[in-house]
Ligand binder design. Structure first.
Ligand code: GLN
Length: 487
């Protein structure tokens, strides 16, 4: 089964060879999901019966779409009509949206079988999936460790072979960092490339939806499907969608790869550094040209993000008042105490921390000193990238400074947790596309991720470079679950 689940193509080939129907294949997968869920908990909710029934009822599944009957996990902050979409928060417990997010509609139109309810950090606040109200997801490579976050459920579901692909959201690294920690491919597209309609907002100027897959080809395929203009999202950009899959199989001779000195300055695990250095050597062998570059304002990225992110979050989270959606506290005397009790009981510690920081940074008298200043720094960071891309086609860095850490290790130290995203945050601030691909294993056999960034709307270069790397290495083929089951 492991090989069959290594790509969408191999799964389809297996189904054809076995001559089994979509429903039969879904039954096999659904039992497998239940088994794996006992140890991994990638979904906050998984209903086997409903999942199989869906495969039976959905006419689109048989229509020969590219994703016909392919199970795709959806992070719990992306609306799936009629299914639990709760951002892994108590305040949205039981919420079933009356409509689909645009990305979900697009997947359905291509025949995909939606597996909703992938677990996440509450409202996508976190880097470890531990802030979920429904309990943490475990890393399929070692269940005593975190899968990364906030799209930890999405990454773990793909890495353990429960599903063939997943959608996550990335505000500061939430697709790429868990992809790195779970040994899978995670892509954050350019801001505006993929519609955010139906994505429950964290920080509206940073959020993007993107695919998490077993390999680069599947990432390109899903990106092609979910990209494009949507008049229901005012920040979606009206530009033609390239055929990303056309970039597969190309060589990378003469491609200029930039190495920013600021990303290699310390605080990085030795194993991570070694794998990234070995990857650079491989790129040289494949004919790429390595250029040294500088992104001098990188040092401000984390502080800038932790003003802008919480500010926008505090504003977006103001709508959860007990009156409109989800949870409402019971024994309130009047409307004000209903609001306060609901929000006090409904939000977890990290969500409260973000609301407090954001409200403070946006308050009269502080707005200019914090939010406005952070926006100015953000422009500087984006300018750094524009300058750097004058001398290179893409930029290579580690995805995260370390491999997956132990569950509980950083929960009481928010600053340490925030540092997990030090390398991924700048791409969100600049709005540029960025992918994490597996590039090696640590001495403890934990996956390591390599980050590839490119100019806005140049996902093609990322796919070309990542695919060339993948074809010359075997990291993406490695499988996490066999190890966990002691096979
Ligand atoms: N870990 C970062 C945060 O907690 C990024 C989260 C994300 O990308 N959603 O804000």
């Amino acid at each position: 089964m492991e090989d069959i689940l290594s790509s969408i193509e191999s799964f389809c080939a297996w189904r054809a060879k076995q001559n089994i129907s979509i429903k039969e294949s879904v039954e096999i997968l659904a039992s497998r999901i239940l088994e794996i869920e006992k140890s991994v908990h990638a979904f906050s909710h998984f209903d086997k019966k409903a999942f199989i029934e869906k495969a039976e009822l959905d006419n689109n599944l048989s229509k020969n779409g590219i994703l016909s009957g392919i199970p795709i996990a959806i992070k719990s902050n992306i609306c799936v009509k009629g299914e639990l979409t709760d951002c892994s928060s108590r305040i949205l417990e039981g919420f079933r949206p009356p409509y689909n997010a645009t990305v979900v509609e697009k997947l359905l139109a291509h025949g995909a079988l939606i597996a909703s309810g992938a677990n996440m950090d509450e409202f996508a606040f976190g880097s470890s999936c531990e802030t979920s109200y429904f309990g943490p997801t475990k890393n399929p490579w070692d269940i005593t460790r975190i899968p990364g976050g906030s799209s930890g459920g999405s990454a773990a579901s793909v890495s353990s072979g429960e599903v063939l692909a997943a959608l996550g959201s990335d505000t500061g690294g939430s697709i790429r960092q868990p992809a790195a920690m779970c040994g899978v491919v995670g892509l954050k597209p350019t801001y505006g490339r993929v519609s955010r309609y139906g994505l429950i907002a964290f920080a509206s100027s940073l959020d993007q939806i993107g695919p998490i897959t077993r390999n680069v080809a599947d990432s390109a395929c899903i990106l092609e499907i979910i990209s494009g203009y949507d008049n229901r999202d005012s920040t979606s950009v009206n530009m033609p969608v390239p055929r990303y899959t056309k970039m597969l199989g190309a060589d990378i001779k003469g491609v200029k790869i930039g190495l920013p000195s600021e990303y290699f300055e310390g605080g990085i695990d030795e194993d991570v550094l070694e794998s990234v250095r070995a990857s650079i050597e491989l790129f040289k062998k494949l004919g790429a040209e390595i250029v040294n570059i500088s992104l001098p304002n990188t040092k401000y990225a984390l502080s800038c993000y932790y003003i802008i992110g919480p500010s926008e979050a505090s504003s977006n989270l103001a709508r959860y008042d007990g009156a409109h959606y989800g949870y409402r506290a019971g024994d309130a005397d009047d409307i004000i105490s209903m609001y306060t009790k609901t929000r006090n009981e409904g939000f977890g510690t990290e969500a409260k921390r973000r609301i407090l920081i954001g409200t403070y940074a946006l308050s009269a008298g502080y707005y200019d000193a914090y939010y406005l200043k952070a926006q100015k720094v953000r422009t500087k960071i984006a300018d750094d990238f524009k300058e750097a891309f004058k001398s290179c086609d893409c930029i290579l860095t580690p995805t995260a400074p370390s491999t997956a850490f132990k569950i509980g290790e950083k929960m009481n130290d928010p600053l340490k947790m925030y540092l997990s995203d030090i390398f991924t945050i700048p791409a969100n601030l600049a709005g540029i596309p960025s992918m994490s691909i597996p590039c090696g294993f640590s001495r403890e056999s934990l996956p390591i991720g390599l980050q590839i960034m490119a100019k806005a709307f140049d996902e093609e270069t990322i796919i070309r470079v990542a695919d060339a790397f993948e074809r010359h290495t075997e990291y993406s083929q490695k499988y996490s679950l066999g190890r966990e089951n002691g096979k």
